[in-house]
Design a protein around this ligand. Structure first.
Ligand code: BG6
Length: 288
């Protein structure tokens, strides 16, 4: 595990494991790259992203916390974790052989101005054949707290026209593009327009079928909601930090605690949301 300066001179960690390489910015505890050797890059990054301490990074895995979206107009969209500077608290090499890094964010004067709760938030990233991310919130205060969360993962895909998202069949979703209406999902999801949905009651794995070559398996725990987002043409063009054709090579599938999946954490208790992602061949047996 090496530390260096990344884009915008922001510090980042590089984890060079036997099976994969990953990069994590301390700004936002933001995983910006995961490359399983032989499988290409799994995450999508915007080449027009800001790399500034006061802006989120566009692409990779922003952490949305302690809220998802924008509950009130004066609050920052998707919370403050993704624009905070985290500290590295631990690095480890496992025998399997994977590498692990843990970063921490605790409440400060600035966070208490936005959200009045003491907390200790830990992001563990384990880099092996899988990319595993665990976001744990310990309530260090004396009152219960309510928190939403998202591991807002931008997956790199070959061509959005050939993408199918499986594992959501039969679930209902809140359509953020249609007055938050509840709708049923029938079959696999294909994307041929802007999509912005919060799927409910989704504890199970989701699979992104990425054309003829590969699929990405997303396992999760501590999460009963899943967000799928693609901005499509107009929204891509409207976002300053997003390339106009970026929507063709990305899809966000986000392991979340959002909508009816807000978590109440009692004093002294911890809630952990885990997401584990793996690239595999499009057909044939799963890799052990
Ligand atoms: C998604 C939301 O998760 O994130 C969308 O559902 C939002 O509504 C998108 O547009 C990107 O958000 P931001 O703040 O990173 O531009």
């Amino acid at each position: 595990i090496a530390f260096t300066l990344g884009n915008g001179d922001l510090p980042k960690a590089i984890l060079l494991a036997e099976d994969a390489t990953a990069e994590i910015y301390l700004h936002g505890a933001h995983v910006s790259s995961f490359h399983r050797h032989g499988w290409g890059e799994m995450l999508w990054m915007s080449d027009e992203s800001n790399f500034r301490t006061d802006r989120p990074i566009r692409g990779g895995v922003p952490i949305c916390w302690p809220w998802f979206g924008q509950p009130q107009p004066e609050l920052p969209q998707h919370g403050f974790a993704r624009t905070s500077q985290w500290e590295v608290i631990e690095t480890k090499a496992h025998a399997d052989p994977s590498l692990e890094i843990a970063l921490r964010l605790t409440d400060s004067e600035a966070t208490r101005q936005l959200w009045p709760h003491p907390f200790e938030l830990t992001m563990r990233v384990i880099v092996g054949r899988d990319l595993t991310m665990q976001l744990s919130c310990l309530n260090t205060g004396e009152e219960p707290l309510d928190a939403e969360a998202a591991l807002h993962t931008y997956f790199h895909v070959q061509d959005i026209d050939a993408v199918r998202v499986a594992g959501l069949d039969g679930r209902s979703y809140i359509d953020k593009l249609d007055a938050m209406q509840g709708k049923p999902q029938a079959g696999e999801l294909t994307i041929d327009r802007e999509v912005d949905r919060i799927y409910l009651e989704t504890p199970d794995a989701v699979t992104i079928h990425d054309g003829a070559e590969r699929r990405i398996e997303i396992q999760k725990s501590g999460s009963l909601s899943t967000v799928v987002w693609n901005p499509w043409i107009d929204k891509s063009a409207a976002m300053a930090d997003f390339p106009n054709d970026g929507y063709r090579t990305m899809v966000c599938v986000e392991t979340t605690n959002a909508a009816d999946d807000v978590r109440t954490i009692q004093p002294g208790e911890v809630h952990t949301i885990t997401q584990s992602c793996r690239c595999e061949p499009a057909t044939g047996p799963a890799d052990p």
